[in-house]
Design a protein around this ligand. Structure first.
Ligand code: TXA
Ligand code: MG
Length: 310
């Protein structure tokens, strides 16, 4: 009898990873598509499965700050402050890579993004794995990120060898990426750890939202099939939707409780497509706290799947 693709067998996941296979990895942000970061062929499978360009670097997940230090050539003070404060958690730091970190993982760059995920099952797996797991979000390139094991199966099917089911992701959107290579750290992608949180620990550069500097970040991303339109006020969203067919229209107010909204945002985008929604109107939260990351993702989703260059 064929084995289940979704389950909670950490030993099975470990064996698959050691043999160069792909595992759906639960984290607190989104599910990752994990492979052994030290095996070129395994890493190549990630790119092939996602349909992702080879130049887009992957985040390497590790069990602890001690392992993270071993994967870089120089461990910056800012990375130490951020890692020791927010790991395990939704934060990735970009540092200069150690010589043995594969350029296939880093998109040809001499830097590597590292993160200790805040999910018990991920930590258990990583602790036993005793190395780095390269893992992008486990969705097809440009599409909505997965926040349940079922989403991973829906998107990638049996091209993933096994999916560890760690339940729905608590944060629901990707990690904050901070470039720690320069004298002053820079936020490359807003995420689960807010800019305000980061500023409690390190001073950020004036271009703290230099998002365009992160390789592989495109204007269109995280996009459902339906058309996403963004509004600042609910009244404005309702007014602009009066003439639309109610059966294919959905209005979501993300400004009421941004933290709760974040945790279900991708599931809601997916549900729109399942329900045959054609026009999704979203009222944006303020650009503070988690609101900044929500606005970033929804702005990219609003560029739509058709404007995505693939
Ligand atoms: O929360 C997350 O970060 C999730 C979970 C699975 O950990 N992962 C994730 O990976 O969002 P992905 O591949 O979807 O996005 C990784 C982003 C890329 O857009 C890339 O630009 C940036 O990380 N990145 C990776 N390595 C980098 C590097 N060396 N320098 C700059 N940016 C880098
Ligand atoms: Mg992604």
């Amino acid at each position: 009898m064929s084995q289940q693709v979704i389950g909670n067998d950490v030993d099975r996941a470990l064996e698959i990873l050691r043999n160069g296979g792909l595992v759906g990895l639960p984290t607190e942000t989104v599910y990752g598509l994990a492979a052994d970061a030290s095996q070129k062929k395994a890493v190549a499978k990630i790119f092939a499965t996602k349909g992702r360009p080879n130049s887009h670097p992957l985040i390497v997940h590790v069990a602890s700050i001690e392992v993270a230090r071993q994967l870089c050539s120089l461990w910056p003070h800012s990375a130490e402050l951020l890692g020791s404060t927010y790991w395990p958690g939704p934060l990735s730091v970009v540092v200069n890579k150690a010589p043995d970190v594969l350029v296939e993982v880093t998109g040809g760059h001499q830097t590597v993004a590292l993160r200790v995920p805040g999910h018990v099952m991920a930590i258990e797996l990583l602790t036993h794995f005793n190395g780095g797991l390269a893992a992008p979000s486990a969705n097809k390139f440009g599409k909505v990120s997965p926040t349940t094991a079922q989403h991973v199966l829906d998107d990638l099917g049996t091209s993933v060898d096994y999916i560890l089911d760690g339940g729905p992701c608590a944060v629901g959107l990707e990690s904050t990426i901070v470039d720690c290579c320069g004298d002053i750290p820079v936020v490359l992608r807003p995420g689960g750890i807010t800019t305000e949180d980061i500023q409690k620990v390190v001073a950020l550069g004036v271009d703290e939202l230099g998002i365009s500097r992160a390789p592989g970040m495109l204007p269109a991303h995280y996009a459902p099939q339906c058309q996403v339109t963004l509004f600042q006020e609910l009244a404005e969203a309702m007014r602009a939707s009066e003439t639309f067919d109610a059966a294919t229209l959905r209005v979501i107010d993300a400004s009421i409780n941004p933290l709760v909204f974040a945790s279900s945002m991708y599931a809601q985008l997916r549900q729109c497509d399942i329900d045959g929604i054609k026009h999704l109107r979203v009222v944006l939260p303020d650009a503070i706290g988690i609101g900044l990351a929500i606005r970033d993702r929804l702005t990219k989703a609003a560029h739509g799947p058709k404007s995505q260059s693939r």
